[in-house]
Design a protein around this ligand. Structure first.
Ligand SMILES: Cc1ncc(COP(=O)(O)O)c(C=O)c1O
Length: 398
């Protein structure tokens, strides 16, 4: 059995979610059908919607179910842009932090190429935290041209929590709707949609112990959102498509369970993360922790390092063959590792950024996982160091 230190990529399903999933899986019924089976499926979906809303501080009517975080982010960026621009054609600017996930960045760039948007990439500091002063300046100068602002709740690579209260307060003064991708935050940090003042928020099932391929966009009541998917008019016409009843049921149970367990799990995981960080630094003294050094300013489950002179991908494969699964934190393009846009935005050089490795914990993590990592890490670093940065060509063949 491998040691799994990649919970930010996906985390094992919670037993409660598996039960809800399998129970719903053996029942027939389209939630849009009017007969008895259809109405039973509809009940399952609506109960799930209520549970999701309850766990996330939203109203049930604010939950737009989607097929995952990527779809919810696309709906937020495209839907908000089209709707806001239709009301006020001068609003063409899409403001996004430079460290957003590709599920936000890529739709924003797509809108610039195909829909007349202008992208404004907002800078972050060396910890990966949005520079609120830069946002304030941008809004002061061009607030009346902004269609939307998207700043994630917490960064998926380096775990930095973002100053959303300040972001929302600033945006509100300029009438700019704010979306936050909270895919990594839900289940790790308290997330209350109503209290946040956000207009829209993304959540994904498989990051909190639910199934893959299901998620939601919480959209404030009265928010104008142009649909991206057209068809049967489900989800109040905002997101057509037959709802995946088993996934929705399991997703809601997972969110409710993870959020309910948060007061107990967050301190346990944070203590394990602190130990992992201390032990990595002890056995590899030149490892550089990325993201906020203050544990309270980063996700409790995230530890992200760069290893000077090493290729992150080489380290990943060496650790994998030693039975430890982790991530470089950033995506490959066509099999070729790219330096992370997040680390580059934080001011890291390309070579530094290529030595990145992300360890993320979750509900199944134990001290034995950290011990197993620490036992094999120095050897892996030594070998990756010997291979140097040329290791990338070998990794690129994958
Ligand atoms: C911050 C963030 N946003 C969006 C996504 C995409 O979510 P999904 O895998 O549900 O499409 C991820 C997944 O890696 C993520 O970490």
């Amino acid at each position: 059995m491998s040691v799994y230190l990649d919970h930010a990529a996906t985390t094992p399903m919670l037993p409660e979610a598996v039960s809800a999933f399998t129970e719903a899986l053996v029942r027939t019924g389209n939630p849009s059908s009017l007969h008895t089976s259809g109405r039973a499926a509809r009940r399952t979906v609506e109960e799930a919607r209520e549970r999701l809303a309850g766990a996330l501080g939203a109203r049930p009517s604010e939950v737009v179910l989607t097929a995952g975080g990527t779809e919810a982010d696309n709906l937020a960026v495209k839907g908000l842009f089209w709707a806001r621009r239709a009301q006020e054609p001068a609003r063409r600017r899409i403001l996004v932090s430079a460290v957003e996930h590709h599920a936000v960045l890529d739709p924003a760039f797509w809108m610039a190429e195909h829909a007349g948007a202008e992208i404004v990439l907002l800078p972050v500091d060396s910890d990966g935290v949005l520079r609120v002063d830069a946002l304030a300046e941008e809004l002061e100068a061009h607030g009346d041209a902004a269609a939307l602002l998207s700043v994630m709740w917490a960064n998926n690579e380096v775990g930095a929590l973002q100053p959303l209260a300040e972001v929302v307060a600033l945006a509100r003064r300029h009438g700019v709707p704010v979306h936050a991708d909270a895919v990594q935050a839900v289940g790790q940090a308290p997330v209350d949609f109503a209290a946040s003042g956000l207009d829209a928020l993304t959540v994904s099932g498989h990051k909190v112990g639910g199934p893959m391929g299901v998620g939601a966009l919480l959209a404030r009541r009265g928010l104008d959102l142009t649909p991206v998917l057209h068809g049967g008019g489900q989800e109040r016409g905002v997101r057509s498509g037959t709802l995946d009843t088993p996934s929705v049921a399991a997703f809601a149970v997972a969110v409710e369970t993870a959020v309910g367990a948060l007061p107990a799990t967050a301190p346990r995981i944070a203590a394990l993360r602190d130990r992992l960080i201390a032990d990595v630094r002890r056995v590899v003294p030149d490892a550089v922790l990325r993201g906020p050094a203050d544990p309270a300013l980063r996700l409790p489950a995230n530890a992200h390092f760069t290893f000077p002179g090493c290729e992150g991908d080489s380290l990943l494969y060496l650790l994998d063959s030693a039975g430890v699964e982790c991530s470089t934190g950033s995506a490959c393009q066509a099999g070729v590792p790219q330096p992370s846009h997040v680390l580059l935005a934080m001011g890291a050089g390309e070579d530094e950024a290529r030595g990145a490795l992300r360890f993320t914990l979750g509900h199944t993590s134990t001290p034995a996982d950290v011990e197993a990592l620490i036992a094999v890490l120095p050897g892996a670093v030594e070998r990756a160091h010997a291979a140097g940065l040329s290791g990338r060509h070998r990794a690129g063949a994958r």
